[in-house]
Design a protein around this ligand. Structure first.
Ligand code: SF4
Ligand code: SF4
Length: 424
């Protein structure tokens, strides 16, 4: 591993505590990923990135900052990357997926806040994540209540801009989101000192669409009867795509998709024929949260699709590229982003339609609907999700978990029983 200590020191990180995190991560990566057999060769890229997750990409971001570029940290798939890219800015995901950061979040937030929020706040305040240190500006959104309040806390420590996401999806809400995107664009122009022109925004829209198409190719390969890649590997690819340069992300995903499509032609599978196929739905799985995938895939099943923000919601639906004015382009962005079906919207029947459609497309034998503890939005939607699936004759298991390992055996027991039921 290259020596990044100086870089971390310059970022004002708490090196001693960060060392503890660096000690546990390689074991987790080894246990979850390296124990798998017959992995696609193209995973070498993501293996390298995750092995130096606090080194390689942070160092690149710092180099770009030296050239005058600004880094924007985001927490949600409603924030349009295209606007930042059009102003020569860089976007990096910031959601925290490790229990390591949760106690730091609990120092300033109620314990009954979802672990994703607690970990994100803990990562910033504890100074143990370089991405949280590097971002010049954080971009929040008014999705769930916990996040809204957490942004107030983070905003005391770092420049914070919050986008006001509508709660419904009527035409007037789509227009409102367009206005919100236009205002965000002004803020980004001001912060970067770069004007967003129609041409630059058109280029950015094309670039992010290209990345979406590449991610979709990987996912499409998972629809095959053959299983060319494990859910764990697909999840790792997806999680890192939130941090990576979009052009390189597209290139690497296309390289992986080439290999997966070839595997499908050759009948090369990572699991024995007949292994039960699981569609996972629910709250996002921020890196390094691999807990559920790991349990499912070591309990005799395989994850073939994730209906979540770290999954299909990140790449489905492209932005219309034909806009010739900024106003038309902002509207096209609004229309695309408002197609995301997050539980923070009401009503949110679109998510149920998505789950039913994806279960069919990915030939899922069963669905696991899992939310993070204290996420009321997704927890409440479980009933409607489960009723719709039962009506469609698709078996479903509803679960709740957090980032701790303490419930792992309990989860395993329930998942094994579910898989056994599917096998029978
Ligand atoms: S679950 Fe909702 S709030 Fe969370 S990242 Fe996805 S869209 Fe945003
Ligand atoms: S998992 Fe739920 S509570 Fe947590 S940030 Fe997402 S929407 Fe909010």
């Amino acid at each position: 591993m290259a020596d990044y200590v100086k870089m971390w020191e310059n970022l004002g990180m708490d090196l001693e505590t960060h060392d503890l995190l660096c000690q546990v991560l390689p074991t987790a990566v080894g246990d979850v990923f390296m124990t798998q057999e017959n992995r696609p060769k193209a995973m070498d890229f993501w293996d390298l990135v995750i092995s130096e997750v606090h080194g390689i990409r942070p160092a690149e971001l710092i180099e770009e900052q030296k050239k005058g570029r600004k880094v924007f940290g985001t927490f949600c798939v409603y924030v349009p990357d295209e606007v930042v890219i059009a102003a020569n800015g860089i976007v990096t995901g910031l959601c925290g997926g490790s229990q390591f950061w949760v106690p730091g979040g609990e120092a300033v937030l109620p314990k009954n806040t979802c672990p994703l929020i607690k970990a994100s706040v803990g990562a910033r305040l504890g100074r143990t994540c370089p991405f949280f240190r590097i971002a010049d500006m954080y971009v929040g959104e008014t999705t769930c209540d916990g996040k809204k309040k957490a942004y107030e806390i983070l905003g005391k420590d770092v420049p914070m801009y919050v986008m006001d996401v509508p709660q419904m999806k009527r035409e007037k809400d789509i227009l409102k989101w367009k206005e919100e995107i236009a205002e965000f664009a002004k803020k980004v122009e001001e912060f970067t000192g770069n004007e967003i022109t129609v041409e630059k925004l058109a280029d950015a829209i094309r670039l992010v669409n290209e990345k979406r198409r590449a991610l979709k190719r990987v996912y499409d390969a998972r629809k095959s009867e053959n299983v060319p890649i494990s859910g764990r590997d697909a999840l790792l690819m997806m999680q890192i795509s939130f941090f990576d340069d979009p052009a390189r992300c597209a290139q690497m995903c296309n390289r992986l998709a080439d290999e997966l499509e070839q595997r499908n032609r050759d009948g090369v599978s990572v699991v024995p024929a007949g292994t039960k196929r699981i569609l996972l739905t629910g709250t996002p799985l921020a890196v390094p949260n691999w807990k559920l995938h790991n349990i499912i895939e070591t309990s005799g099943a395989v994850v073939v699709c994730e209906e979540m923000c770290t999954g299909t919601r990140y790449f489905e639906n492209e932005v219309d590229e034909t806009g010739t004015t900024l106003d038309e382009q902002f509207m096209a962005l609004s229309r695309r982003y408002m197609k995301n079906n997050c539980a923070c919207f009401t009503p949110n029947e679109g998510r149920i339609d998505d789950i039913l459609r994806l279960a069919k497309e990915y030939k899922a034998d069963g669905v696991i609907d899992c939310s993070l503890k204290f996420c009321n939005l997704y927890d409440i939607e479980k009933k409607a999700v489960s009723e719709a699936l039962k009506q469609a004759g698709i078996p479903v298991l509803s679960l709740e978990t957090d980032y701790e390992d303490s419930d792992a055996e309990q989860l395993r027991t329930r998942i094994e029983a579910f898989v056994e039921m599917l096998n029978n």
